[in-house]
Design a protein around this ligand. Structure first.
Ligand code: MV4
Length: 506
């Protein structure tokens, strides 16, 4: 019986996990680095333990320190969140050896799926379509050339221990094969300590569509439908939505069945994701399997009404799944925007700093998974994502309108965030029409640049006005905004919310 869980993570996901624990009557233990003493996950937990210095290697990636904290606090289980140690099989094994439940799949499954060639082999065995290509590692440049000729250009050269876009190369011509093969091998060795590479046919204009799955310890596996994750930049997702506007119900059912087959083939336990590439002809191919909870899991939770973290804990506790496949239905539409402390006008450079003023949106259909507060200094040491904005509505169009409203309601003063960039994404016609693939950001680069002019300046003005308002209110409301007559206030935080023309209102 799981009574106490250590959350081996920080930020919004640590809080997300602790919230599930509270609702289940489970005590939570936070671990934190010296840079995170004032982070919200620390006070959010029932107990907390400092596990090392600011660098991840000394704290959130330090297996010994985390295990030590787990033993000191006598926890029954560890939830790894995403990133950090979440896909580290050595960590999962160590937990097991110490008699602590690792909330996640078996270490063997993590290893099988971490190696992309072995993942491909497993999927072929399970009857899941994979991108045409090699099933074994390449042993020479000549062999690579032979394979390329057979499957036809363009091809992708990938590192078997890579993933998430790292160590990937597009080859378009025969003349480039040998050179690219050697370069890819060297890079793979330097990045992953393993130079195994393989070749796939290049899928053009692909969509990134993934399926959420849950497997219990009794062999039951269900899927919880799809997420469209094609709005990406350099393999960083920016906006995700569910259901995907690109696939119809027939394809959705087929992909769901293959996702379940993929999970069953490796005896999957816990929450996982099957990533697919879907080409413009609606052919789909297995890409990778993620053996963790993902950043974008809330859109699935909103659409199917299942708390994925609670399910992870129940599964780890050995309970059989409480849902059958036919119990799972998609209702309405959800969109997630990742809010990041980064400067989209300067190559998306992280821009950490102190949050001087924070006004979070509220209202129907809104969910914010965040961890920041006014006065909080975002540490430079970790991911610049400061939270996620998730909206739900009955239909895609209304979810878009809601997201638009919420993005204009959100005010973060003191540092640069990507909120304005997200507002522009929401207004791109290709996005609104659901007519996009993984080339979306590139193809709409012009539209996504800030346009000088009224809208921008008035927005700047409103931010300054909001700050003046804030300062005046600090002085116990003596003057300023409080004394303005209704409707005449020069200081109006919300004035930048321009109404869309021609949008159907309900
Ligand atoms: C591909 C591909 C086209 N063809 N494989 C990028 C992340 C990594 N997981 C695999 N990726 C890709 N693999 C073949 N055979 C195109 C991509 C790709 C991509 C995939 C999903 C989301 C965004 C992407 C952006 C560029 C390339």
């Amino acid at each position: 019986m799981i009574r106490k869980v250590l959350v081996a993570n920080r930020g919004e996901i640590a809080i997300r996990v602790m919230r599930a624990c509270y609702e289940m009557g489970i005590r939570s233990v936070a671990v934190y680095s010296t840079a995170d003493r004032l982070s919200r996950h620390v006070v959010f937990a029932n107990e907390a333990e400092c596990i090392g210095g600011a660098s991840s290697a000394d704290s959130y990636l330090n297996i010994d320190h985390i295990i030590e904290a787990a033993k000191k606090h006598k926890v029954d289980a560890i939830h790894p969140g995403y990133g950090f140690l979440s896909e580290n099989s050595e960590f999962a094994r160590r937990c097991e050896a110490e008699g602590i439940i690792f909330i996640g799949p078996k270490p063997e499954t993590m290893e099988l799926m971490g190696d992309k060639i072995s993942a491909r082999i497993q999927m072929i065995k399970a009857g899941v379509p994979v991108v045409p290509g090699t099933q074994e590692q390449l042993s020479s440049g000549e062999e690579a050339l032979e394979v390329c000729r057979k499957i036809g250009f363009p091809v992708m050269l990938k590192a078997s221990m890579g993933g998430g876009g790292k160590g990937m190369r597009l080859i378009e011509r025969e003349e480039d094969v040998i050179e690219m093969y050697n370069a890819a091998k060297n890079e793979a060795m330097a990045s992953f300590g393993d130079d195994t590479v393989y070749i796939e046919k290049f899928v053009e204009e692909p969509h990134h569509i993934e399926f959420q799955i849950l497997g219990d310890k009794h062999g039951n596996v269900i899927h919880l439908y799809d997420r469209e994750c094609s709005v990406q930049r350099r393999h960083q997702k920016i906006v995700e939505e569910s259901p995907s506007p690109f696939i119809d119900d027939t394809l959705r059912r087929e992909m769901g069945e293959k996702a379940v087959a993929a999970a069953k083939a490796v005896g999957y336990i816990g929450a996982g994701t099957i990533e697919f590439l879907v080409d413009k002809h609606h052919h789909f191919y297995f890409l990778e399997m993620n053996t963790r909870l993902q950043v974008e899991h809330p859109i699935t939770e909103e659409v199917v009404g299942v708390d994925l973290v609670k399910q992870q804990i129940l599964i780890a506790d050995g309970q059989p799944l409480g849902y059958r496949q036919e119990d799972i239905r998609q209702r309405g539409h959800a969109i997630e925007c990742r809010i990041c402390a980064e400067d989209t006008e300067h190559n998306f450079m992280p821009s950490p700093g102190t949050i001087v003023q924070l006004t979070e949106p509220h209202g129907i259909g809104i969910r914010i998974d965040s961890y920041v507060y006014e006065g909080y200094e975002i540490p430079v040491h970790y991911d610049p994502m400061i939270g996620k904005l998730i909206v739900w509505a009955t239909e895609r169009q209304y979810a878009i309108e809601r997201m638009r409203r919420v993005l204009y309601e959100y005010k973060i003063v003191g540092l640069t965030t990507n909120i304005r960039y997200l507002r522009r994404i929401i207004d791109v016609p290709d996005f609104r029409e659901g007519n996009y693939n993984t080339y979306f950001i590139e193809r709409n680069a012009e539209r996504l640049r800030p346009r000088p002019g009224f809208k921008n300046e008035s927005e700047e003005m409103a931010v300054i006005a909001a700050y003046i308002d804030y300062l005046m209110n600090l002085e116990e409301n003596t003057g300023g905004a409080a004394e303005c007559k209704q409707g005449q206030s020069a200081i109006n935080r919300w004035r930048t919310f321009g109404l869309q023309k021609g949008v159907l209102r309900v």
